[in-house]
Design a protein. Sequence first.
Length: 291
Amino acid sequence: MAEIIQKDGTWAFDGDALRLTPGRDKNVSLLRRELGELVVPLGALAGVSFEQGRKSGRLRLRLRDGADPLTQATGGRLAEPNDPYQLTVESDRYGVAEYFADEVRNALLLDGVSPDPVAEYLLPGPPLPVSASAGDGTAGFDGERVRLEWNWKTENAKANAGTRTIPLADVLGVEWQPAAGLENGYLRFLVRGAPATATPKYDPNAVELWGFKKDPLMALVAAAVQARLPHPAAEAGVRKEPPRLTGEPEPAESEHDALLRRLRELGELHRDGVLTDEEFTLAKQAVLKRM
């Protein structure tokens, strides 16, 4: 088992799945704290990387397109502090982060996981019910219907219609856009029979967002709805079963040599003091098991 513990959170990998737990540090974002612990199956990953910086580094997971409703709903527009698939790493734990990334990368190769898109969600999305208040309203979802309530800042043209309840069967899609510069953001539901021609400020099926601290929480509502809509890739002919890598298998010797090389690297990290005795023992055992 590979594990890295930081103020920003704890990531653990048991060979089959990654468990991502947000930290309790005050700098951890509201979205990540509300989302809570995530269990990401190995088959949902397209890759992993670690980037070093002068004061801190960053572990990043890249998910396969279509595997995660949160990533699908936000379209890569989540800012780094709100992205649950990134972990800030302190400089004195760079060696552990590199080892963690190598373990995940090796598991992807050994299991033959393809980075290709999938046609079904491999993560469940935020738990229900879910609700968030930001901008000019409150959006909630209980699994069967979306509920939009307005506040004193809502334009009269939208507020006068009162609380909006939308059955899930009438929702064709969901859009989440963060505020950027002078442009406001929004959470918009595309509803059957109601063309989205009005701006979010006047659209009764949208909450307008102004760039405040709680805005990203609306992405949780978007993801919960997205997880229960037909998968966007299903109609595009993407295979339902997660595809495997094709081609001739690598000779057993190359895999064996890679594991021997990893053992040598772990020994060097241990001698240099990067890995503690306990971390070195656990890492060595994991490699030996693969051999």
